[in-house]
Unconditional design. Structure first.
Ligand code: DGJ
Length: 732
């Protein structure tokens, strides 16, 4: 970064510097702005940096000099001084002192590119040679601001950092409504909204290390004054870009300011930082919307497609994954047969899941072979190359599964490298899914994991997709690589090690599509996602449950990245019978794939599947690159759900409507008003994926103005549970 000479750093950005009421210091306003939002700070030499505003952008930001109290709240409160409400940083200095008082020491700005500007605010301790740089990146068009902190010092010996947050946000309102995303295996990203009460709320994961998003996602939405509306009212959204233990805390103080603090979880994670070393936090991603939760989601979707997702602007291939269709029980013929059928259906890629490797300990179930990434010669005598070539001969791309961070005790890898396994000395190493975690804080393990990726890709030039899985949490924390007095570094070093591998892999294989998977959605965050093209939202492929899971995921993560597969009925996880049309209609609202034995689809269903895949190809750009509008929530007890995607030029839209369990014998219509269309345009509305020749929409194939579709809406006759409709609107 080009450093601005210290003298220039203090030039007021907006031209106004005044003496604050009762204060002596000259203050100036520092505005970190996007097209529609601004984060405003008041800064003065050697004084704490005061937070003034985060919300809608106004002209004349200098007026914020006169808003609020001159002493606070601080933008990055440390333990020490007069800050009483919140804590971003807690340090034990080299001499044992517990307190830190951070004050302004200048700032600098630079354009990263036409759409992004970085502002670095330098803070220093009043007493010790310790500094914290706050890096804010304004993503102007998307109204997203990311924030991270970098600490360093020149004390005489290492300092012990107990807590270091990525960002703090003090907000002021009469009431706060928090939306967060609770989960478990098979029901990830369930949406919960609650009014915050005194005492506050903490959403965190503090000991899984891996699979940290299975029980709660490190993201939220927050509405002021009223429960969140989809298209009205002030809503903030936040997502921590971190794949390890995290903590989001929402603490109202006695003055009714809500302090949001986000960052790595400090539990058992103190860090010794040597003089001259830099400790960097993950980024907190924030967006502000004056138009409800819907716009907040659209901001994040646009931002991630442009800045935080691999190949975010390129529509994804429709794939058949082998897992639920074959599990571990396959040979070459099973797979080539699946490829034949996939190609005949119009599918574009075949992905070979778990079970293709291991010789001394063949991976024929989940009990052995993990870690031994050599092709199983008995199952696949002609190797992966033959399968990948076969796929290409059928017009398909070829992808393959790996789980390189893990090892079965019954494997050659565990026999050869017991020192690589995460463990606590002297204790039994607990197993989960018969496996252990490899210690990615160890550079030798990082090299190994990188090599697994490289070697797998090298199995055939026709491999263009990797599914990267991770099927257990840490539990038995401990590293043989880290010294005894650095064991608390394990949590961060693991994730840093993982990101180093991602970086290296991405540099070498920029064109490979990579799926982020962890027993479904147990690793889903913007830290990992930027190296991936998509994520496996859940191992639960039951379409009824997927409506709820995908509705939640879509609040924060975009549809282009949400892998959503049509699987068998009865569903393997829940036993539920679901019609093929409903399964397709749900999977088509994300990145469509299939995950079953195609031979099990026959007769009229086969023809239906072929047509649905064709239809998806038509609507794919709108679903994957368009704007999401949530129209009816599956969480509001009505038993129905609806959402629509609208193309950026508003010439096209696709409506998905689902009846989950509402039952009405006669005369029931599901009335849905569209959003986001151009009122002045005229659209032809066509039902897709029709089961019979009679449309569920009486106006099928007719034309309507956008104005009518948004004010009067469409009436859909889908009265029974598991009936659904897909309407495609195209400008006439
Ligand atoms: C868990 C994943 O979520 C599944 O999709 C599948 O890949 C299995 N692991 C394979 O072991």
């Amino acid at each position: 970064m080009t450093r601005i000479p210290p003298l220039l750093r203090f030039l007021p950005l907006l031209g106004l510097a005044v003496t604050l009421p009762g204060g002596q210091k000259q203050a100036e306003i520092l505005e970190i702005a996007t097209a529609g939002s601004a984060l405003v700070l008041a800064v003065a030499p050697d004084a704490p940096v005061v937070f003034r505003h985060y919300g809608g952008r106004t002209a004349g930001a200098d007026a914020f000099l006169y808003k609020g109290h001159r002493d606070g709240p601080e933008v990055y409160p440390a333990f020490g001084g007069t800050n009483f409400a919140n804590l971003a940083l807690s340090v034990v200095h080299a001499d044992g002192s517990l307190t830190t008082e951070l004050v302004y020491a200048g700032h600098e700005r630079r354009a990263l590119d036409a759409g992004r500007e970085e502002t670095v605010v330098h803070l220093k301790d009043k007493l010790y040679p310790l500094t914290v740089d706050l890096h804010f990146t304004a993503h102007k068009a998307e109204d997203v601001i990311t924030q991270r902190a970098v600490l360093s010092h020149r004390e005489k010996a290492p300092v012990r950092v107990e807590t270091i947050a990525s960002a703090c946000l003090p907000l002021q309102a009469g009431a706060y409504y928090l939306t967060h995303f609770h989960g478990a295996w098979g029901r990830e990203m369930r949406v919960t909204e609650e009014k915050l009460t005194p005492g506050g709320k903490i959403i965190e994961e503090y000991r899984k290390g891996v699979q940290t998003t299975m029980s709660d996602n490190p993201s939220f939405m927050l509405a002021l004054e009223h429960p969140a509306d989809e298209e009205a009212g002030e809503v903030y959204a936040g997502a921590l870009a971190w794949s390890g233990n995290y903590r989001l805390s929402f603490a109202p103080d006695e003055l009714e300011t809500l302090h949001i603090t986000a960052g790595m979880n400090p539990f058992a994670a103190a860090r010794m930082v040597a003089p001259g070393e830099a400790l960097e936090t993950p980024a907190m991603v924030l967006t502000y919307s004056a138009r409800g939760r819907g716009q907040a989601s659209r901001n994040l979707h646009d931002w991630s497609r442009r800045h935080a997702l691999a190949h975010g602007g390129e529509p994804r291939a429709i794939l058949l994954n082998s897992w639920e269709g074959a599990y571990f029980a396959f040979d070459e013929k099973t797979l080539t047969g699946m490829m034949d059928d996939a190609a005949a259906l119009g599918i574009e890629m075949f992905v070979l899941d778990d079970g293709w490797f291991g010789n001394k300990h063949p991976r024929n179930d989940a009990r052995a072979g993990l870690g031994d990434w050599q092709v199983n010669r008995q199952k696949l005598p002609r190797g992966i190359g033959h399968l990948a070539d076969y796929a290409v001969s059928k017009g398909l791309r070829f992808g393959i599964w790996i789980e390189p961070e893990m090892v079965n005790p019954r494997s050659e890898l565990a026999e050869n490298h017991p020192e690589w396994v995460v463990k606590s000395p002297g204790r039994e190493i607990p197993q989960r899914r018969n496996q252990w975690v490899l210690d990615l804080s160890n550079p030798a393990v990082q090299d190994f994991v990188e090599k697994v990726f490289d070697d797998t890709v090298a199995l055939s030039p026709n491999i263009t997709y990797i599914k990267w899985d991770a099927n257990r949490p840490v539990w038995s924390a401990g590293s043989e690589y880290l010294p005894a007095d650095r064991q608390t570094h394990f949590w961060k070093d693991y994730v840093d090690g993982l990101y180093k591998v991602y970086e290296r892999v991405r540099a070498k294989h920029p064109d490979i599509t990579i799926q982020l998977c962890s027993s479904g959605g147990a690793r889903l965050d913007y830290g990992a996602l930027k190296y991936h093209d998509e994520f496996w939202a859940s191992d639960n492929t039951n379409a009824v449950d997927r409506v709820l899971i995908q509705y939640g995921a879509g609040m924060i993560y975009p549809a282009i990245a949400t892998a959503s597969h049509v699987s068998a009925s009865p569903n393997h996880q829940t036993g539920m019978m679901v019609p093929l049309k409903f399964r397709f209609d749900v999977a088509m609202s994300g990145r469509l794939g299939m995950e079953l034995q195609p031979k099990d689809i026959a007769g009229a269903d086969l023809e239906f599947a072929r047509r649905a895949i064709q239809n998806y190809k038509r609507i794919r750009p709108v679903v994957q690159l368009g704007d999401l509008y949530r129209l009816c929530s599956p969480y509001d007890e009505k038993g129905r759900a609806a959402l629509a995607y609208v193309s950026k030029d508003r010439k096209e839209a696709v409506l998905f409507a689902y009846n989950l369990y509402h039952f009405h014998a006669r005369g029931f219509t599901f009335d849905v008003k569209l959003k986001g269309l151009d009122p002045a345009k005229t659209y032809t509305v066509s039902e897709l994926n029709m089961k019979t020749s009679k449309s569920v929409f009486p106006g099928n194939k007719k034309t309507f103005t956008g104005d009518y579709l948004m004010k009067a809406g469409v009436s859909l006759s889908i009265p029974r549970p598991q009936e659904s409709a897909v309407l495609h609107m195209t400008e006439k």
